[in-house]
Design a protein around this ligand. Structure first.
Ligand SMILES: [Zn+2]
Length: 422
């Protein structure tokens, strides 16, 4: 029933695939598939104009409706529409319905879903990882990437468990990821949404299997287990003489292909951390805001003290947390991918630049805290006279703002640049 409510309506489909307006035909069944492909492709954005094939792509200048068109463009770019006989009406309805399946939460919304799809496309094409995969596999990987966080509630797996949400009762592990997967598979059970409807049984089963592996792989808890396996593949390929040798070594073994694909999903899911600083700094604040909202729920609903990452009273620690996240989680992913395929190096460069930016903000904050602590010490030692004309009220005000227990009097966040706090 819920699925029927989110399914794209005829008017919504017409807003993308304008057969009434452009062909003056009232019923879509009366249109020829060729005509529909032509009018759809005319209205889809030019990849070059919006940097669709670039790792530095930003969704900021594009509307959410525009991103549906960008998503459709990517399926044409990987040449799967004609090859696997995907009816464009079904493709449009599916893409629009995936968009509607995302809730308007602060971070895990359609924009995030789209970005993961766009990065998967860019890794395959610009990053040249497509050479290990068939067209069918690339088709499944792109579709799975778009769906990977569908119907996300803006709270994490631990919150589902602690709040004993219905989803936690349904799934024992990787709770949300299993839900995103089930939701995606349910969409495909409706033939009017099934973009894989013209595949044979074996092909369809391959697609479903890849959806399972790819979407479950986005559970970060599983990332640490798979990263050594990925490193071994990269090590082995580095020693090889020719590209053909590496392709053979990987394509002959379905397990290796799945490990690489799983790591690609992680690289896509975390890709905001590799974007130009103007983008990363703003997206990081969205991620943090969603965490702080969860922290608020933990306090009010669960009556628990949130961890520092989810505690809005500790928002000044964001730069330090970002540096830690880059060092302990992200660096490995983009270093290994750049070693595997030098075409992926722009992601590593972006990451390292953002680390520098976050580190300098973290250092700036530490320096301020240090100064404040020294002032406290001096005050306690009764050395106020030595400081001459220092305004005591200023020190007092600052101390309240930076007090370590997070009981901040003012909610100004002078420690972060303006665009981060607006
Ligand atoms: Zn995600």
């Amino acid at each position: 029933m819920l699925m029927n409510q989110t399914k794209a309506t005829p008017d919504e489909i017409e807003s993308i695939l304008k057969f009434k307006e452009k062909l003056s035909i009232d019923v879509i069944e009366d249109c020829e598939e060729k005509q529909l492909v032509t009018i759809l492709e005319e209205d889809l954005p030019d990849p070059k104009a919006v940097d669709l094939c670039e790792f530095h792509f930003s969704d900021f200048p594009i509307t959410e409706h525009g991103l549906i068109k960008c998503g459709l463009r990517l399926f044409f770019e990987i040449n799967v529409v004609e090859k696997f006989k995907v009816p464009v009406e079904v493709l449009t309805r599916w893409m629009y319905t995936v968009r509607k399946g995302y809730r308007s939460v602060t971070y895990h919304n359609w924009r995030h879903g789209f970005n993961v799809g766009q990065t998967m496309f860019t890794l395959l094409m610009t990053g040249r990882l497509k050479k290990y995969y068939t067209d069918l596999e690339a088709f499944a990987m792109l579709a799975a990437a778009f769906c990977h966080d569908i119907d996300h509630r803006g709270t994490n797996n631990l919150y589902q468990m602690k709040s004993t949400s219905p989803l936690a009762k349904l799934h024992g592990s990787s709770i949300l990821e299993r839900h995103h997967l089930e939701y995606s598979k349910t969409l495909l059970q409706d033939e009017s949404l099934n973009i894989f409807q013209n595949l044979n049984k074996r092909q369809f089963e391959t697609v479903i299997h890849l959806f399972e592996v790819a979407i479950i792989a986005t559970d970060l808890a599983l990332y640490f287990k798979k990263r050594t396996m990925f490193q071994k593949i990269v090590d082995a390929c580095e020693k090889m003489e020719t590209e053909e040798e590496a392709i053979k070594y990987i394509t002959i073994d379905p397990t290796k292909k799945e490990i690489i694909m799983a790591m690609m999903m992680t690289a896509c899911d975390l890709s905001a951390i590799t974007k130009p600083w103007e983008v990363q700094s703003q997206v990081a604040l969205l991620v943090a805001s969603e965490f702080w909202e969860q922290g608020d729920l933990e306090r009010t609903v669960l009556q628990q003290q949130p961890i520092p990452m989810m505690d809005r009273n500790k928002k000044d620690e964001l730069p330090k947390l970002q540096v830690g996240f880059i060092d302990f989680v992200c660096t490995f992913v983009y270093k290994e991918f750049s070693r595997f395929h030098q075409e992926v190096t722009p992601m590593l460069n972006g990451l390292q630049n953002n680390r520098m930016e976050w580190k300098s903000l973290a250092d700036e904050y530490d320096a301020k805290v240090k100064v404040m602590e020294e002032e406290v010490k001096k005050q306690e030692e009764g050395n106020m006279t030595e400081k001459g004309a220092y305004d005591e009220r200023v020190v007092d005000k600052q101390l309240k703002r930076y007090s370590k227990d997070g009981e901040r009097v003012s909610n100004s966040t002078n420690e972060l640049p303006k665009h981060l706090t607006s």
